[in-house]
Write a protein that binds this ligand. Sequence first.
Ligand code: ADP
Ligand code: MG
Length: 476
Amino acid sequence: MRDPFPTAGSPPLPPAPFRLGWEEWLALPGLGLPALKAKVDTGARTSALHAFDIEPFGPANAPRVRFAVHPIPGREDVVIPCSARILDRREVVSSNGEMEYRYVIGSELAMGPRRWPVEITLTDRAQMAYRMLIGRQALGDDMIVSPQESFCQPLLDYSAYHSAQRLMEAAPPRSLRVAVLSREDGAYSTKRLVAEGEARGHVVEVLDTTRLYMAIDALSPQVYYDGAKLPRFDAVIPRIGVSVTAYGAAILRQFEAMGTLTLNPAEGIVASRDKLMAHQVLARHRLPMPVTAFANSPKDTDNLIELTGGAPLVVKLLESTQGKGVVLAETRKAAQSVISAFRGLRANFLVQEFVKEAAGEDIRALVIGGKVVAAMRRRAAPGEFRSNLHLGGSAHTVKLKKAERDLALRAARAFRLGLAGVDMLRGDDGPKILEVNSSPGLEGIEEATGNNLAALVFEEIEHRVRPHPARRRKES
Ligand code: ADP
Ligand code: MG
């Protein structure tokens, strides 16, 4: 076709060809692989990457594949986890003549001054000296392969895999498979976690705790769901309801045994749920709390009242949540009748000093990964001393004092919780811990502070499951 806009002067020089030897160094930046030694093989059509643990995941309309690569030959200890969109699944004849069904992914290939998109098939065969094979399909029209030469393009080396910092810079955000253990997939917090996780490129599934079951086996612990073995999850966010704490904790321990990160460990959930145990843990860590007493025998009722400083005092069912099992006894007589009523029902409860100066207000500090990321002040409805939002309390922003922030962090740490809601009362002599919640709701506090707290939950998970750098070894 004739150029409709001919330019004056001589025609431009054809661009110099891009030369490749039979072996070259390259990087696959989109997969977080900063240096690979590749064999250029024009006898092969498609390019291939040697990967293992190849596993498809994600929704059917946007399927993805996860896999791992040993980028350095002979260094099985260096493992880079990768993930990518699946472009296709194709039959490929491998170099040994066998037919294989392989996933095809797209990635950018970087070599010397150039970057260009290529299709790569994933194959899990015996380890080869070259982790990548460049087939003719990946070569552009202006590329020339000289099979007699090697390394026509600049050399790279494997040192990028030795530094955590450089690895983090090289690694694209990796797609994680995350489970939210919850029985309520319609709840605000669950929906927010799913939406935020997906927005960050992760695959997030809500699993109903009570529908999970397990085979307890020392060598290969597994968790099953609706008749099928669950795939490996990178992380679990437990949002276990109070009614299923014991079973939920058992499921979590199973995930822990399988090497899955549990944002909150089973032990911390169990200890924080049981108000009595929680107070004992707090006391052991010398964290301030209202004077609290507990007894089993009816004969001790009067002593209990004395121990906590007499009426008015607060009586709490050990399993109370949302303020439902918390009673204020204003007089000694009222305290005696509440205590004997609870005993008659064989309910477990504790008796606590009433922190009057808190004046129907408590403070909720949200701790994620060792940082206080948000805080709110909750005010009880008129005529009510319990500030729970479920009982009509209202949420307001609050700036925490240093002593309050420190106390919240120490409380979350005492239970080893990666995500915790720490409730405190403002007493005359400083903050006092009321309780530590291992499934804190996000609705009230996201609304009160206007912060995207679900995103911070995923930041913490991403931080904790990132790839680890290779230990340096003497190189020959
Ligand atoms: P729940 O787990 O049911 O929420 P809490 O121990 O958190 O039980 O108590 C509910 C609410 O009652 C608290 O948020 C606080 O406003 C009020 N409250 C609880 N204990 C005391 C106390 N010792 N002194 C003053 N107010 C209290
Ligand atoms: Mg509470």
